[in-house]
Design a protein around this ligand. Sequence first.
Ligand SMILES: [Zn+2]
Length: 672
Amino acid sequence: MTHPLFSDHPLPAFGAIEATQIEPALRELLDANRAEIAALLDVGADGWETLVVPIERMHHRLARAWSPVGHLNGVMNSEPLRAAYNACLPLLTAYHTELGQNERLCAAYQRVADREGADLGAEQRKVVENALRDFRLAGVSLPPERKQRFGEVMERLATAQAKFDENVLDATHAFSRHVTDEREIEGLPANALQRARDAAAAAGQDGWLLSLDAPTYQAVLSHAVSEPLRREFYEAWVTRASDRGPHAGQWDNGPLMAEILALRHEAANLVGFANFAEYSLATKMARDPAEVIEFLHELARVSRPAAQREFAELERFAGRPLASWDVGFYSERLRKERLQVSEEALRPYFPLPRVLAGLFTVVHRLYDVRIVANTAVETYHPDVRFFDVLDHDGTPRGGFFLDLYARPKKRGGAWMDECVGRLRLAGASALPIAYLVCNFSPPAGERPSLLTHYEVLTLFHEFGHGLHHLLTRVEVPSVAGINGVPWDAVELPSQFMENFAWRDEVLPLVSAHVESGEALPHDMLARLQASRTFQAGMQTARQLEFALFDFRLHAEYRPDRPPRIAETLAEVREAVAVLRPPEFNRFPHSFQHVFSGGYAAGYYSYKWAEVLSADAFGAFEEHGVFDAATARRFLSSILERGGSRDAMEAFVEFRGRKPEIGPLLRQMGLAA
Ligand SMILES: [Zn+2]
C-alpha cells in the first residue's frame, strides 16, 4: 500500500492528500480490513492476542487515515474535498454498522470475555466490555431485515448531519455587510475594524466589509453602538440555515432537523430503547433520563432567581426593556461600569505568544512535561504550527498541530481532535497527536493576535482536552486518551483547565502588555476575577435552556406527529429563560452540537462535567494550584487513564469521594 492515506508515518502527509484519491483509497482500506477480519474469524481467532489486538491495530490504521481528511474538511473546506468527504461518509458508516452487526465477531469477543476475562488487565477487560456493549447497540442480535434497516438509518443519518453542517457553513459565509459611513460602526474594537478594512480592500471595495464569523459577530453584538446594526447581525446569525432572515429558505435546515430526529428515534427503537435519549445514555455516566432531567432542574432552581435579578438589573441600567440584540451590548457596558473591566481593554495584556508560553509553563509545572515548537513538521496552512510534547528526560510523549486563527472556509468555534491515537501493541507503537483549533482574530501586520480573557479560557479549555489525549498511558487505542470516555465526563479535563486561567498564580504567567511588557496589574486582575460571577445566573440559564431543549426534544419524540422543535424550545424558555427572543429566532437551525455533532441528547454533559471539574479543582484550591502531589494524582487517576476505566471510579480515586455540586455553585457565586 503506497497511498499517502495508508502511510504509517507518524504524521499525516497533508500535501500529498488529493481529493480525487480519497474515496478509492478509503474503499481499499475498508476492504482490506474486511478481508482481514474474515480471515481472523475463519481461523477461529478468539483470544486477546489473536483477535482483539489485530482488530485494534486495523482500526487504529483506519482512524489515522481518515483523521486528516475529516480535519481538512473542517478547516480547509473546498468543493473537491467536500465531495470526497461526503462520498466517504456512507462507506464508513456502512462499515461500522456491518462490523457492529457481525454475529460471528460478537461471538468471538464473547469467547474472549468468557475464557480470558479473569486474566485480562483492567484496561483490556474494558476494551472487551465496550465492544460487547457496542455490538448490542448496533443491533447484532436483530433479525436480518431490522438489521438492514438499522444500517440504512445510520447511513442516512450521517449524510443528513453532514448536510446540516454544510448548510450552516454556507449560510454563514453568504452574509456580509458593507459599511462606508463611519458612524454605523461606532464602538467596534480596533482589531475587528482592521479585519473589516482588510476584507473590504481584498474585495476591491472602500470602507469596511463585516462578515458573520464568530469574532466579528461577537464584536458587533457587544460593542456596536448602532442598534440597527446589532439587530441586523443578530437576525443574520440566529436565522442562519433557516426559513427566516436575509437568506430565508436558501439553506433551510428545517426539513433535515425533522428527518434527523425521526431517524435517531427509529434507530433507538430498533435496538430496544424507548427513545434516543435512552439510547444516548447507554454509553454515558448519567444512569437514566430522569437523573438528567432532575439534575438540570436542580440547577435551574438554584440559578433562576439570580438570572431574573441580573436581567432586571440590566434593564434598569439600560433604562428600557431590552431586546435580544441589546443584551450583549448593555452587559458589556454594565460590566465596564461595575467592574471597571472590559474584554477589549484586556486584549493588549494577552498577546497570543505570551499566553501560549504561560500555558506551557503551567503544564510543565503541573505535569513535568515540556512543550517545544517543531518547525520541521509539514502543516496544511502557513498559520498552523506543530509542537512536540516531551517528558522530563526529553522522551517524546506526543505532539499537536495548533491552528488558532479564523479564516474563510474554516468551521467556527474551537475544538480538539485526535490526529493519531496512542498505541503500543504487539511490537507496534504510535504516539498521540492532536489537532487544537480555535478561531481567534489573526495578527494584524506586525502585531500579534491579542486575546480577550474569554479567548484565553477557550485556549486553556481546548488544551485540557489536548492533555487528556496527549498524556494518556493507555496502550490500546479504543480506550486511550479521550476514546471510550463517556461524553458527560469528557469535558472534565477541559473545564478543569479553565480554572487555572482565573488564578493569581497563573494570570501573571499568561499576561504581558503588548507594548510595555507589563503583566496584568493587580487591580485589573482583581476586577477580572470579580467578573467571573458577573451574570452567572443568566449564563447558567442559557446553558440550561440548550441542555433541556436538546434532552427533551429526544426524550419526548413521538413518531406519530411532527417533532415539536419550536414548541419544546418555547416550553423550555418559559421554564428557565429570562429573555424571550423575537419570533424570527431560529437558533435550533444552526445548533450544530445537537443536530450534527456528538451532543445529541448529551448537551447536558457540559453542566454535568462542570460539576466534576469544579469539584476536582477544589482539591487544588485546598492544597495549592501547583501542588505536586495533587497534580500527580490528577494525572494518574484521570488524565493518563483515558477511557480505560469507569469515569465515576476514576473520579472517586482522585477525590476520595463522589462528586458534589457545591463547588460549582460556589465558583459561579450561586451558592446560598
Ligand atoms: Zn470541550
